[in-house]
Design a protein. Sequence first.
Length: 255
Amino acid sequence: MRPRALLVGLVLVTIALVLVAAGCGGSGGGGSADEPATESDGLSQNTPGEGDELAPTAEGTGDDVDPVVAAERAELLAGIPQQDRVLGDAGAPVTLIAYEDFLCTFCGRFSKEMLPGVLDEYVRPGNVKIEYRPVAFYGEVSRQGALAALAAGQQNRLWDYVETTFGQQADATDYLTPEFLERTADDVGLDVPRWEAARRAPATADEFDELQLTAELDGVGGTPTFVVEGPGGQQAIPGLPAPEALDELLTAAQG
């Protein structure tokens, strides 16, 4: 009887250990680096390792580009000067640097929910300019999207390209197809052969690599990350801020 009793005891101990282990790894356990993007103190950010977790923010469009979206974004940007990656008056005293990734849903939210207000309140009056710095946290798909945007910047249409792309942001695993990137270039009025040549040019890849290095030096660990620079100082914003918080920083940066 003793061997049988010992066997029963071992089985019970094993079951108990399995239950304990399951509890630590479940929803009641601690967080990990690969959890979905967090929201704290009004900040929201996608960080590396979450590429498979990104939720769609719009209905998937496949390879097609919705001309209505392109027209709406063109209207949003109408009358605002563009020079390469900069949107707004080159002499504006404050610069809002935006580190973004086309696969970042919080970046898409900034584009749709906050950028229109920033343009009306700060960019159009000439107080703020926005500098776009694409980064790639989600692999080659992100990188190809960044190169496409930089190539559009060589025709001073980067912001049309960026905003039209974010306006159709969908399933993060498949919306940035080569066909979608090319049709977006055509829809925003780019010289497509020139854009395609620039997208594949070593100089564009070098520019992207330099921006990626700059992001690392600036301590960018996720997207979006914003940096506000002006006479009133410099402030980094690691995530999507509340509108009122961004207002305060842009106002304070004017000195």
